[in-house]
Design a protein around this ligand. Structure first.
Ligand SMILES: [Zn+2]
Length: 333
């Protein structure tokens, strides 16, 4: 069980993040692909690459549409968002998809379809559609902290971290950026500093293995922003969620990344967000009690994986944060 003082410390750490007015939010939110190795296409394979891109993109459109028309944090929304994030990552790994998917993005898309091959892969990755053997029964509300966050088992008992924002005042938001550091990290943290605010960056160990990544998180911390743990990879080397690893492996990975952050910034990270928000309650509790990492989800997913058009993303995001109550926004590098 969590200790009470742990959460008091967590809240004290969370609250000094300065709220930002909605009008000041025009930040560089284009995604970067720096962390993902780009596979160049040999000309003989171009047709098959194009077919792969179209297949993935067609599925991405479906999950995009599903996410946009369902309630944030509902089981349908979480399934769509996790699938969409994964598919966008796949598209970016196929560097040659840029021309194809960008054109469809700009035109707003033509609907789509999920092929049986893509559906099979998504099931292998997340387990949404498979037999629920060896999984816990469907449960809602495994308490992490009352009124703060909890684990909900959604479709086929996949455990998602769900966040609440009751501690934020009306009009307050916390901006978070996942999957960095990347080439835009410095621009984001400098913009936040200029506005007298702080962001919270959930970083990947693989992106700070080199000198450039280390410099980037050093700059984020120097600008007054917070650096938290996302994982080493995202979360496995193949972008599977943490439920694909043993609990011991999850904890050792988180310990490694926390150590990397401390080593570079001189500050022990205080927050942790599992990739896709998917993690078992037991691993989450050990990360908190043994590593001192406060679990933090989000209340608004900006769906930045659903479009590559910055203006569309900006307008969608502003519309989301104009809704009542406080928010914590999820965005990606
Ligand atoms: Zn992520």
């Amino acid at each position: 069980m969590y200790k009470k003082h742990f959460f008091l410390a967590a809240m004290a750490f969370a609250l000094p993040l300065t709220p930002v007015a909605a009008q000041e939010l025009r930040l560089p939110i284009e995604r970067s692909v720096a962390a993902v190795p780009v596979v160049p296409a040999a000309s003989a394979d171009l047709d098959s690459l194009k077919a792969d891109c179209k297949e993935l993109y067609s599925a991405l459109r479906v999950y995009s549409d599903n996410a946009l028309k369902t309630q944030q944090n509902s089981p349908e929304f979480m399934e769509a968002s996790a699938a969409g994030q994964y598919l966008r990552g796949k598209l970016e790994q196929l560097g040659g998809c840029a021309g194809i998917s960008d054109r469809v993005d700009a035109g707003g898309g033509q609907g789509g379809a999920v092929s049986s091959r893509v559906k099979r892969e998504l099931n292998e990755v997340f387990g949404f559609y498979g037999a629920p053997a060896h999984r816990p029964p469907e449960l809602r509300g495994v308490q992490v902290k009352a009124g703060y966050c909890q684990i909900n088992y959604v479709k086929n008992s996949v455990p998602f971290l769900v966040q609440y924002d009751g501690f934020l005042k009306k009009g307050e938001i916390i901006l978070t950026y996942d999957d960095g550091p990347g080439p835009f990290s410095g621009e984001v943290s400098a913009s936040m500093k200029e506005g007298g605010a702080q962001a919270l960056f959930f970083v990947l160990g693989r992106n700070m293995a080199g000198a450039a990544g280390k410099e980037r998180i050093k700059a984020e911390a120097a600008d007054g922003s917070f650096v938290g743990v996302h994982g080493y990879d995202h979360a496995t080397v193949n972008d599977r969620p943490f439920t694909a690893y043993s609990q011991e492996k999850v904890i050792s990975q988180l310990r490694q990344v926390a150590g990397m952050i401390s080593g570079v910034t001189g500050k022990k990270p205080g927050f942790f967000r599992p990739p896709y928000g998917i993690i078992s309650p037991d691993a989450l509790k050990i990360a908190a009690s043994e590593l001192g990492l406060v679990p933090l989800g989000w209340t608004i997913d900006t769906l930045d994986w659903s479009t590559k058009d910055p203006e569309t993303l900006f307008q969608n995001t502003i519309a989301m944060i104009k809704q009542p109550a406080g928010y914590r926004l999820l965005q990606h590098f």
